[in-house]
Design a protein. Structure first.
Ligand code: SAH
Length: 251
């Protein structure tokens, strides 16, 4: 059996209880060494075989899983954040299904939520934005037509950009071309929840210069939108005059 597990954004205690238990019981662990905090591996059992997938091809990863399966062993495939976001898990799941190897997936705390926590931010502020766009700038991996950053920017929604902090000039020009104003709040969060976490608050118009000044190029998220710093409406849910299924409103 192969367990795909979300490691969380960095801090070792942000893996789920289920993920931690699976990791502790694993005979073989394949972790995404470029981003998963190695401190998580301290809890692996003695004799556990550990592989760093940053140095492996898909074929090599699958070969380790298949061999472990043949030996009746349990494998944990540890992905950063939540595996469903830019995790390249689908190709692994499909290959395992084809080979008849059983698997399951345990979700994790995405770095997108680690970054929001670092900024004390709420993505979905009433009167500001009720939508979060999770995307990336086209790089060596392209994005489909209709999902160009400039096109998604037309919504003015809260936005979280993965895999894009190395191209901040382009990010900035695309956000502006799409319709965010120069003074729209923005932020960079480097290594959210790690000990060396760094946050940089700026605006869309100063994004590239702020990133360069702070030396942030990789392992960072770009967050954009009024949710970072704008007047908002209080929620209806906790408004004393608002009746809900659980509480009667008072005039
Ligand atoms: N599945 C992961 C994302 C993997 S893609 C998740 O849910 O978080 C890798 C990208 O994620 C990086 O280029 C960076 O943009 C972002 N990232 C991962 N960990 C991060 C962290 N701790 N802080 C900020 N950004 C991070």
């Amino acid at each position: 059996m192969v367990h795909f597990v979300g490691a969380g954004p960095g801090a070792p205690d942000l893996i789920t209880l289920r993920g931690a238990a699976l990791l502790k019981a694993a005979d073989v662990v394949i972790y995404a060494g470029s981003l998963v905090n190695p401190a998580l591996l301290d809890n692996c059992k003695e004799g556990c075989e550990i592989f760093n997938s940053a140095e492996m091809t898909l074929g090599e990863v699958l070969a380790v899983m298949e061999r472990a399966e043949a030996e009746g062993k349990t494998t944990v495939r540890l992905h950063t954040g939540d595996p469903s976001l830019y995790g390249a898990i689908r190709e692994q799941l499909d290959a395992l299904r084809e080979k008849g190897v059983g698997f399951d997936v345990t979700p994790g705390v995405s770095s997108l939520f680690g970054a929001a926590a670092a900024l004390d931010a709420e993505f979905t502020l009433p009167g500001v934005s009720q939508s979060l766009i999770v995307t990336r700038l086209a790089g060596r991996t392209g994005v489909p037509v209709g999902e160009a950053l400039r096109d998604l920017s037309r919504h003015g929604a809260s936005m979280a950009l993965f895999l894009s902090s190395g191209m901040l000039d382009k990010v900035q020009s695309e956000l502006l071309a799409g319709g965010y104003a120069e003074d729209t709040p923005a932020a960079l969060v480097y290594k959210a929840t790690w000990p060396d976490e760094k946050t940089v608050r700026c605006t869309v118009g100063t994004l590239a210069a702020s990133g360069a000044a702070a030396g942030v190029r990789k392992t960072a998220l770009v967050l954009v939108g009024g949710f970072l710093d704008a007047p908002y409406e209080k929620s209806k849910l906790y408004d004393p005059s608002f009746t809900t299924e659980f509480r009667k409103g008072r005039a």
